[in-house]
Design a protein around this ligand. Structure first.
Ligand code: SF4
Length: 296
């Protein structure tokens, strides 16, 4: 099965180089190479999505595990993810797949190909009420998302996105209307944090979240709390103020415990008491739906 031709790219210059406009990295990609995310490849001057039809994780999950606390509670969601990511978080909690790559054998095997039709058939067979695009960063395989979402709508299945929100607005306007519920990551509420720890820009993420909120879809946001890096009172105050100003205080906010992983081991695991204190502070500020996660 050949890879899918990508949307959101343009040819550039004389050497069959292409520029991908899906996310703010705007990778310039020479022939036979992939962009930073590792799954969008220049083949003879055109960009192809290697991950189309090739999920490496397929699971039936409780929807609360996404986490979505207030969307179709008590139901199962058919969850899929691929390799790759467009951010570069040194603390990635899922780096085995976010920094993973497809082998040539995987890409050449028709046996491993799972069409959008097959995804929907499996979701219905498992009694799921939604399909979730999750595990790695789904927006980098948006063409697969859109094709699955079109079929999901026809079968009455909801669509769920769990994402870092790092996407160009033009692409967001074509992708996010297909999504019914999303949980976006808030890595840390400052440009410095995104630059130093994630290799991206906060403003793009804020723009995506505001745009999704404007669509009147179901929105939740998750903040992985890393001691001494993104848990200062100032950062939390700024974050809560932004949510209150641009969204509203009823948007469910998740605060999750971090565990040292991947390249970053300078902070200890998040103490439970820190999370409890963040919850108390948010509730005192008028927020009505605060959830704590990863507490053991
Ligand atoms: S989606 Fe991938 S290839 Fe495209 S700009 Fe982003 S990181 Fe680069």
């Amino acid at each position: 099965m050949n890879p899918k031709l990508c949307s959101w790219f343009e040819a550039c210059g004389q050497n069959s180089t292409v520029i991908c406009h899906l996310c703010p990295r705007n990778c310039s990609i020479d022939p036979n190479l992939t962009g930073f995310c590792g799954i969008r490849k220049n083949i003879e001057g055109k960009l192809y999505l290697l991950a189309y039809g090739r999920p490496i994780a397929l699971h039936v999950d409780p929807i609360e595990k996404k986490p979505l606390a207030e969307f179709l509670p008590g139901t199962k969601t058919f969850s899929i993810g691929t390799y790759g990511c467009n951010l570069d978080c040194c603390f990635c909690q899922n780096y085995h797949i976010s920094r993973g790559h497809y082998s040539d054998a995987e890409l050449q095997s028709d046996y491993d190909y799972i069409s959008p039709e097959k995804i929907i058939a499996l979701a219905l067979k498992e009694g799921c009420q939604s399909v979730a695009f999750t595990y790695n960063e789904p927006l980098i395989w948006a063409e697969y998302i859109i094709d699955i979402a079109k079929l999901a709508k026809a079968e009455g299945l909801a669509t769920v996105l769990v994402s870092n929100g790092y996407i160009e607005m033009k692409a967001a306007e074509e992708i996010l209307p297909w999504i019914d519920a999303a949980n976006f990551d808030m890595k840390g509420f400052s440009e410095e944090f995104y630059s130093e720890m994630s290799g991206g820009h906060l403003q793009n993420v804020l723009d995506t979240i505001e745009y999704f909120y404007s669509l009147n879809k179901h929105l939740e946001i998750t903040n992985l709390v890393i001691p001494n890096k993104n848990d200062s009172d100032q950062m939390l105050d700024n974050y809560l103020q932004w949510v209150a100003d641009k969204l509203d205080e009823s948007v469910p906010l998740h605060f999750s415990a971090y565990h040292p992983m991947y390249k970053f081991h300078d902070s200890p695991p998040t103490p439970k008491l820190s999370l409890f204190s963040i919850k108390e502070k948010a509730i005192d500020a008028g927020f009505t739906s605060i959830y704590l996660g990863n507490i053991h």
